[in-house]
Write a protein that binds this ligand. Structure first.
Ligand code: ADP
Length: 244
C-alpha cells in the first residue's frame, strides 16, 4: 500500500466570527516530518487557525494532511487521521496516575475498574511514551500532583500513544521554568523525529535552539516566513511586536 506523505497543506483558509475575519486567507505548507513555529501578537489568529485544522471551528479553503482534506470533517474523524493537539492548559485526569492517563489515551482499557488493578505489563506504546516524555519515574504518581511542565509532557505523551502523526501544540512552554523549557525543547526534537509538528509559540529565545521555520501571523494573515533569524530581522515583524 502507498504510504501517504504526512505533509500539511493549508490553502486560503478563512475563519469569520459574526463578520469579523479572524483568519484571512492563510496558506502555508509544513513538509512531512517538519517542525514549524507559528508566532504573532495576541489576536493574530494562531489559535483560530489550529482550531480550523482540528475541526473545532468552521473554515473555508482547504487543509490537507497526507493528501486528505480535513475541513468539513468532524473532530473525531480528524483525530482518527492521526492529528492531535494540546491546549495552553493541560487537560489530564488529575486523580489518575500518569500510567492510567496514558492507558486511557491509548485505549488499552475501556473499563475503569481495570485501572484499579495493578498490572504487570505495560503496553509497548505506553512504555515508549513514558520514556519519550521522561515520565518513567513518575508513572505511579497522580497526575494532579505533577509539576506544571510534567503535566504538559504527559499531555503530549497521551497524544503519542494515540499514534499521532501531526501534533499541534499551543504554547507548550508557557509558564515553564528555564529547565522545563530546555527539557521541552529536547522532547520536541524527539517527537519531531518522525512526526509533523506545529507549535504556537511566543518565546523567540526558545525557538532559537531549533532549525525550524517560522510563520508569523498578523491580523489573520501570513506576515512573514523564514528561519528564526530571518523573521527576527524582518522590519514588518519588528513593527508588529513593538506595537504590542
Ligand atoms: P491568537 O491565538 O493569535 O492570540 P486567536 O486565534 O485567539 O488569536 O484570535 C484571533 C481573533 O479572533 C481575535 O481578535 C479574537 O478576539 C477573535 N476570536 C477568536 N475566537 C473567537 C470567537 N469564538 N468569537 C469571536 N471572536 C473570536
Amino acid at each position: 500500500t502507498e504510504q501517504p506523505l504526512n505533509d500539511l497543506v493549508i490553502d486560503d483558509v478563512r475563519v469569520t466570527f459574526d463578520g469579523f475575519v479572524a483568519v484571512d486567507g492563510v496558506s502555508l505548507r509544513v513538509g512531512p516530518g517538519d517542525l514549524r513555529f507559528l508566532i504573532g501578537p495576541n489576536g493574530a489568529g494562531k489559535t483560530t487557525l489550529v482550531d480550523a485544522i482540528t475541526g473545532l471551528t468552521p473554515a473555508t479553503g482547504s487543509v490537507r494532511f497526507g493528501g486528505r482534506e480535513l475541513l468539513g470533517r468532524p473532530v473525531h474523524r480528524i483525530v482518527r487521521l492521526g492529528i492531535g493537539r494540546t491546549f495552553q492548559t493541560a487537560t489530564v485526569f488529575e486523580n489518575l496516575t500518569v500510567l492510567q492517563n496514558l492507558d486511557i489515551a491509548a485505549g488499552t482499557t475501556r473499563r475503569p475498574h481495570t485501572l484499579l488493578r495493578r498490572r504487570r505489563t505495560v503496553p509497548d506504546e505506553v512504555q515508549r511514551a513514558l520514556e519519550t516524555t521522561g515520565l518513567t519515574g513518575q508513572r505511579d504518581r497522580a497526575a494532579g500532583t505533577l509539576a506544571h511542565g510534567q503535566k504538559q509532557w504527559l499531555e503530549i505523551g497521551m497524544l503519542l500513544v494515540q499514534n499521532v502523526q501531526l501534533l499541534l501544540l499551543d504554547e507548550p512552554v508557557a509558564g515553564m521554568s528555564h529547565e522545563e523549557r530546555e527539557q521541552t525543547g529536547q522532547l520536541l526534537q524527539r517527537v519531531g523525529e518522525d512526526r509533523t509538528v506545529v507549535v504556537i509559540e511566543h518565546d523567540m529565545d526558545f525557538m532559537r535552539a531549533f532549525a525550524a521555520s517560522v510563520t508569523v501571523l498578523h491580523a489573520g494573515r501570513v506576515l512573514s516566513e523564514g528561519t528564526v533569524a530571518e523573521v527576527r530581522a524582518d522590519p514588518r515583524v519588528q513593527e508588529v511586536y513593538l506595537g504590542e
